[in-house]
Unconditional design. Structure first.
Length: 415
């Protein structure tokens, strides 16, 4: 059910008892990073323990864990059923060694392990959900060594107060285990944002990102939600997508790099849902750019906002714009200088120049026309200078995903 809710209504709801305990796991001080099986293998025969082990091996072999990609998470289709005592167990064909064994494999590699459930009776793929089994499921996950739990919303009510109360049940059950478990609410709606931190460490704010328009939809939804994000809890515009195990790719490699850069500015989780076992050189270079990752993980914890343009739209004339400028404040430099990660973005059908003029720069606090600023390109490492009066223009951004991500500050140094 797609519904809107006023902030006043949410404030009333927030007075209810389900916020009394609150989340207490000390996790999510920066957005989560890792791998999720869903858009890679979904419920195919490749949803198997060996695939997950091979993915973990690839993460370590490529050194991605050293960059922060530590979570290896199973999405839907891992569960096989429940035993006579109501305890969930793994699909014995896909995970013959069991979930605890797989978690130990991850831990032995210095990684963390995540699982998936649903707050309804069934998951989206009609595997066992957690409704009526919340406490025993949380205890089971903790006993297996689970570090991350995604709880979906298929086959569950979309009534706001009831949904919040159901997520609170799992929050409290996880807290009671004594094991710190990162809690990901997958409710697909922006109305989770104002209460998200009372319930989980991240919360889905829009639809699945299976196509380029889906990605733009989630960016537009997230544009209004920055006040709710910060250390301990983050808006989640869904997974990063690329090439799956069978070679399918719903977006271009340029668009995947644009999504990654935008997710850094949005302080969004960097969860790679693609075949990491067989990455192209371009894809590996995209997801291992340490400077872009540093933007995402910046300890100031401020989500970026749109400072030029309206909702991104591929088709002109439907109430939005084909170009945007977004900015995220970053921690000050060691010399105390303010700095911003600024994303220039073109999703239109033709190439375009995209400008942050003096009015745009004033939103970053730069108001003296003769002030000299520097732009450091996170992808080319080029440095250019300009004045507030002249503004900065990203030239000739190609159609359907052209972008430039720069650091703007008063100092010419790189990071």
């Amino acid at each position: 059910m797609k519904a809107s809710v006023s902030i006043g209504t949410l404030l009333i709801v927030c007075c209810c008892c389900w916020v009394a305990q609150g989340l207490d796991n000390g996790l999510g001080l920066t957005p989560a990073m890792g791998y999720n099986t869903w858009y890679d293998v979904q419920c195919s025969d490749m949803m198997h323990e060996q695939t997950v082990r091979d993915t973990a091996d690839a993460i370590v072999r490529r050194g991605m864990h050293k960059l922060g990609y530590t979570y290896v998470n199973l999405d839907d289709c891992w569960a096989g059923g429940r035993d006579a005592n109501g305890r969930v167990y793994a699909d014995k064909k896909a995970f013959p060694s069991g979930i605890a064994s797989l978690a130990r494999y991850m831990h032995n590699k210095g990684l963390k392990f995540g699982l998936y459930t649903d707050r309804g009776n069934l998951t989206c793929a009609k595997r066992p959900g957690s409704a009526g089994h919340t406490t025993i499921d949380a205890q089971t996950y903790a006993s297996w060594g689970v570090d991350f739990l995604k709880e979906d919303s298929c086959w569950a009510t979309q009534d706001h107060a009831a949904a919040f109360a159901e997520y609170a049940l799992m929050r409290d059950a996880l807290n009671a285990t004594g094991r710190p478990i990162f809690f990901d609410l997958c409710g697909w709606e922006s109305w989770y944002a104002p209460v998200g931190k009372t319930l989980g460490n991240e919360w889905r704010i829009g639809p699945d990102t299976t196509t380029w328009p889906d990605i733009l939809t989630n960016i537009n939804v997230d544009a209004d939600l920055a006040p709710w994000a910060g250390p301990g809890g983050w808006n989640n515009p869904c997974l990063l997508i690329g090439k799956s195990y069978n070679g399918n790719m719903q977006i271009t490699e340029l668009q995947s790099r644009a999504q990654f850069s935008m997710w850094a500015v949005l302080a969004a989780p960097l969860m790679l849902s693609m075949d990491l076992r067989n990455m192209t050189a371009y894809a590996e270079a995209t997801y291992t750019n340490a400077q872009v990752i540093a933007v995402n993980q910046d300890p100031l914890g401020k989500q970026g906002v749109r400072i030029v343009g309206r909702n991104l739209t591929v088709t002109a004339g439907d109430g939005g714009d084909a170009t945007n400028v977004w900015a995220r404040p970053l921690s000050t430099t060691t010399s105390g200088d303010a700095q911003f990660a600024v994303m220039f973005f073109n999703v239109g059908a033709s190439s375009a120049d995209v400008t942050c003029d003096s009015a745009c720069l004033s939103r970053l606090g730069y108001r003296k026309n003769d002030m000299r600023l520097y732009a450091y390109d996170y992808w080319t490492q080029a440095v250019s200078n300009f004045t507030v009066g002249s503004g900065y223009t990203a030239r000739n951004l190609v159609a359907k995903g052209g972008f430039q991500l720069v650091r703007i500050s008063t100092t010419p140094r790189g990071l």
